[in-house]
Design a protein around this ligand. Structure first.
Ligand SMILES: [Zn+2]
Length: 272
């Protein structure tokens, strides 16, 4: 489990899983938390149980994001009606005693409640965790290249400010292990899409051109730029340098699997 020094607090539990320490086998070995994939459901639930146990969460309600590469960030607050969400059956599973709901069509979850655990999923895409220790708000956000193009990270910051009254200078951001510039190749189509939210000059700061219309992209730095542009101060941004594609022992990777089976990692947060 990876975590951010910057987000360490008595009032926040957070972590991003790796592929180490679970019960899944084969391509999913071993810590696969991808509940929407084809791995055995009980293995995935046992893996999530282990991750929660390691983190020491005490909430019993788990909210999962049903990710669609959108810029949507859903607020889970006292008004949230869990009956409108799809519920995952947990009877006679390793997570019996918990309640688990799927928040549909969203790539970000945000809350100020202490009684919910938020989980978002990753295999190369960028995990973002935002935390305001003053207003006591946390968010877990999935930002792959499409989410980055749509600036979901900046959307989450704006939402924290508008919904919870956060002062942007209080917000801390963790950018987790994901595809690194060492391995993450993109084409002209992504560069064109980036031009909606990024200036041509700023794109040069996180993209290295190769030949034949191909580029290497530092998606973590692109998300850090979105955060800085949204007002988060540099010293409140922490980036995990690890690349998921070139660390097969430690991380699941969609790209490395080339469309084949692979596990998913999770960003997990709970306020205390
Ligand atoms: Zn790499």
């Amino acid at each position: 489990m990876n975590s951010f020094k910057l987000l360490k607090s008595d009032h926040l539990i957070h972590g991003i899983t790796t592929r180490v320490g679970g019960v899944s086998t084969g391509a999913y070995s071993s810590m696969n938390t991808g509940i929407f994939g084809d791995d055995k459901r009980d293995y995935v639930l046992e893996n999530i149980r282990r991750a929660l146990s390691e983190l020491g969460t005490d909430a019993k309600t788990i909210i999962l994001a049903q990710q669609v590469h959108s810029k949507n960030v859903v607020i889970i607050d006292d008004e949230t009606n869990f009956n409108t969400m799809e519920k995952v059956k947990l009877e006679n599973t390793p997570l019996e005693g918990f309640e688990m709901y799927i928040s549909a069509v969203t790539d970000g979850l945000m809350t100020n409640r202490n009684d919910v655990i938020l989980i978002t999923f990753y295999a190369d895409c960028v995990p973002l965790i935002l935390y305001d220790p003053v207003k006591h708000v946390v968010a877990a956000v999935h930002s792959g290249w499409m989410g980055t193009v749509k600036a979901i990270g900046a959307n989450a910051v704006r939402k924290m400010v508008s919904v919870y009254g956060s002062n942007v200078s209080d917000i801390r951001a963790g950018i987790g292990h994901s595809a690194g510039i060492c391995c993450y190749e993109i084409g002209d189509d992504v560069i064109e899409a980036l031009k909606v939210e990024f200036s041509v000059e700023s794109i040069r700061d996180f993209v290295i051109p190769k030949r034949y219309g191909k580029y290497m992209i530092d998606l973590k730095e692109a998300n850090a730029k979105l955060f800085r542009d949204a007002g988060i101060v540099q010293k409140h941004i922490e980036i995990d340098p690890d690349c998921t594609i070139c660390n097969p022992e430690k991380y699941h990777s969609h790209r490395r699997a080339r469309g084949g089976k692979r596990g998913m990692m999770s960003a997990i947060v709970q306020l205390k």
